[in-house]
Design a protein. Structure first.
Length: 543
C-alpha cells in the first residue's frame, strides 16, 4: 500500500494563483521592456515545483507492515514559500538556541528605517550591511557605557544575531532589522576569567540615545556615498517600480495604477496625527524615533528560558506569508488576513489575482545577500566565541540520541531527549593566528555562567528534519500510520522519467499541475479529490 498526503484547498490557493498568473506576468513585463530578473523568475518557477510528486520524491518503507509512503521534494527557496520558509524558521530557531545563543538574558531590538533608506537597501546588500553595522556600533557602544556605569566593567564584549526582514504583515516591502542582542556584556579575556555582566532594562532615554547615535552614523555614511542616482531604476526598472509601489502600499500596474491598496474591516478614520499603520512609529508613542527611524526594545527573554527564546527566534525568522492567511472571496478577489488588526480597524488587504505576484516579487531577497548576520562575540571569527556558545555533542552520541527519540512514544520524554548532553570542559590549546584562549572562570560569574566547549568537539550540525518536527510539533514524520513502526527511506527519485513510471504504476498523478499560458487560459479549479498531488514535505532531507 502506498499513500501520500494532500493539502486542503485553501492551502493550495497560493500555488494555484502563481501557476495561473506567472506566464502572463512574465510576458507583460517583457512587453513593457522591463524584464523580470533571472533570480526572481527562478524563485517563482521553483515554487511551482515545490511539493509536486512528478518532480521527484522520497520513498519511505515500513519493514513491519510493508506500507510505503511518497514524500515530494521541496524548493528550499528563501523568498515566500510558506512550507520552505516554515522549515527554515524552525531549523534556524533550533540551531540558534542549541548551538549559538548562550544561556544569558537576550533582548530584541527592532530598528525601522525611513522609506527612502528602505528603498535603497532593498537591493543593495553592501549598503544594508553598512547600515546594520552603524546600528550595531551605536547599540554596542551604549551597552558598554551602561556596563561601565552600573558595574565599572572593562573591557567589554557584546554579541548579537540580526535577522533582516523584508516584509510587513500586509506583504508590503518593509526592510527592517530584528536584532537579538545579549542583554549585557562579557568581561575578561587576555588571561583573565571570562564573565557575563547582565544589565537592567534600558530606559526610554537610553533607547533614544541608541537611535540618535544610529541616525548620526547613517548620515555620515550616506554623505560619503557619491552614487546619488537611482541605480535600481536604471538597472532593474521592474524591481524599482514594484518596490516603490509596495512600500507606499499602492497598485503598481494596471488600470488602478497608483491607487491605494483596498482594505477590509471595521475601519474608522484615524484622528489627526494618529497613525493607522502598525509599522508607523507614531502608532507606538513610547518607541523613540529620530529622522524617520524608530527603535523598539521592550521584548526580552531571561536567562535559561530556552522555550521562550526559541519562540522569539521563530517569530523573527518567520516567512512573509502563511498559507491560511490568503483566501479567495466569492467574486474571485483575494483577501490577505493581517496578523493583527490595525488601529483603524483594518483586518484584511484585498487584491486582484493578477496583483499577487506584484506583491510577492519585492519580498524575494537578492542573491548572495545573507538574511541572518552574526556580530561581536557571536561572530564566526570571534576568538572567544568557543567559550560561550553551548557545547555540541559528538556525532555518534547525536545519532544514538535521535534514533532513541524517534522510538520514544511519550512526547515529554521525546522533548527531554532533545536537550544537549552535557560535555565536560577541557582546556583549549592555542589556535593558529590567535592568542591563547583564556582559562575557564574559577568562580561563578556575575551573571549567568559561561559554557565551555571541549577542544575536540565536532562542529555544530543541523538537526535532522524528522527530529525537528518532533521538537516543534510533537509529530513523528517517520512513524508508520498503520502499525506505528519507524519507516526508513529506501530511495530518492530525482529523474522525472523514473518518477513518471513509478507514479503511473502506483496509480498516482504522474504529471505536474498545468501552468496557464501567457494568454490567460483558465485552469481547472482544485477540489479535495483532485488528481494532482500537493505534498510540500518537511522531511525531504532525511535521505
Amino acid at each position: 500500500m502506498v499513500d501520500y498526503a494532500r493539502h486542503e484547498p485553501e492551502k493550495t490557493l497560493l500555488h494555484e494563483v502563481v501557476r495561473e498568473q506567472l506566464e502572463g506576468f512574465l510576458a507583460a513585463a517583457s512587453a513593457r521592456d522591463r524584464p523580470v530578473p533571472r533570480f526572481v523568475e527562478q524563485e517563482l518557477r521553483a515554487f511551482l515545483r515545490c511539493g509536486i510528486l512528478a518532480h521527484g520524491f522520497l520513498r519511505l518503507h515500513c519493514d513491519d507492515c510493508g506500507h510505503d509512503r511518497l514524500v515530494a521534494f521541496s524548493c528550499k527557496r528563501r523568498g515566500f514559500c510558506p512550507s520552505c520558509g516554515g522549515r527554515r524558521m524552525a531549523d534556524t530557531a533550533a540551531h540558534l538556541v542549541d548551538r549559538v545563543l548562550p544561556e544569558v538574558p537576550i533582548r530584541q531590538w527592532v530598528l525601522t528605517l525611513p522609506y527612502l533608506l528602505r528603498y535603497r537597501c532593498a537591493y543593495d546588500a553592501r549598503l544594508t550591511s553598512e547600515v546594520l553595522r552603524a546600528f550595531l556600533r551605536a547599540l554596542f557602544s551604549e551597552l558598554r557605557r551602561r556596563a561601565r556605569l552600573h558595574w565599572g566593567a572593562s573591557p567589554e564584549q557584546c554579541g548579537s544575531v540580526t535577522f533582516i526582514q523584508r516584509f510587513g504583515s500586509a506583504l508590503d516591502l518593509n526592510l527592517h532589522f530584528h536584532t537579538l542582542a545579549l542583554d549585557g556584556v562579557y568581561t575578561g579575556g587576555g588571561g583573565e576569567p571570562l564573565r557575563f555582566v547582565p544589565l537592567p532594562p534600558p530606559s526610554p532615554e537610553e533607547v533614544a540615545r541608541v537611535v540618535a547615535g544610529t541616525a548620526r552614523r547613517i548620515e555620515r555614511l550616506l554623505a560619503g556615498r557619491i552614487d546619488d542616482d537611482d541605480a535600481l531604476a536604471r538597472d532593474e526598472p521592474l524591481l524599482a517600480l514594484l518596490a516603490a509601489a509596495s512600500m507606499r502600499r499602492r497598485t503598481a500596474t494596471g488600470a488602478q495604477q497608483g491607487a491605494q491598496w483596498r482594505r477590509l474591516g471595521d475601519r474608522i478614520e484615524p484622528q489627526d496625527g494618529e497613525a493607522s499603520d502598525e509599522h508607523d512609529p507614531k502608532a507606538l508613542p513610547r518607541v523613540p524615533r529620530h529622522g524617520g527611524m524608530s527603535l523598539h526594545a521592550d521584548v526580552a527573554v531571561p536567562a535559561r528560558d530556552r522555550r521562550r527564546l526559541e519562540r522569539l527566534v521563530r517569530y523573527v525568522a518567520r516567512p512573509p506569508l502563511a498559507g491560511d492567511r490568503l483566501e479567495a472571496l466569492p467574486d474571485g478577489t483575494l483577501a490577505l488576513r493581517l496578523k493583527t488588526r490595525w488601529r483603524d480597524g483594518t483586518t484584511h488587504i484585498l487584491m486582484e489575482r493578477r496583483e499577487l505576484l506584484e506583491r510577492l516579487v519585492p519580498l524575494i531577497p537578492p542573491p548572495r545577500a545573507h538574511q541572518v548576520r552574526y556580530h561581536g562575540i557571536l561572530g564566526p571569527g570571534a576568538s572567544m566565541r568557543d567559550w560561550i556558545v553551548p557545547a555540541a555533542p559528538q556525532p555518534a552520541e547525536r545519532a544514538v540520541a535521535i534514533e532513541a527519540l524517534l522510538a520514544t512514544p511519550d512526547a515529554a520524554e521525546r522533548e527531554a531527549s532533545l536537550a544537549p548532553a552535557p560535555v565536560p570542559a577541557a582546556p583549549s590549546g592555542q589556535r593558529a593566528g590567535r592568542e591563547p584562549a583564556p582559562a575557564p572562570p574559577a568562580s561563578p560569574p556575575i551573571g549567568a555562567p559561561v559554557a565551555h566547549r571541549p577542544e575536540e568537539a565536532a562542529s555544530p550540525v543541523r538537526m535532522r528534519w524528522a527530529a525537528l518536527l518532533q521538537r516543534v510539533f510533537a509529530v513523528d514524520a517517520l512513524r508508520c500510520p498503520h502499525c506505528g513502526a519507524t519507516m526508513r527511506v529506501i530511495a530518492a527519485i530525482e529523474d522525472p522519467l523514473i518518477a513518471h513510471k513509478i507514479l503511473a504504476c502506483l496509480g498516482l498523478p504522474a504529471r505536474a499541475p498545468p501552468v496557464a499560458s501567457a494568454g490567460g487560459e483558465s485552469l481547472p479549479s482544485y477540489a479535495p479529490d483532485d488528481e494532482w498531488g500537493f505534498e510540500q514535505s518537511i522531511i525531504y532531507d532525511d535521505a
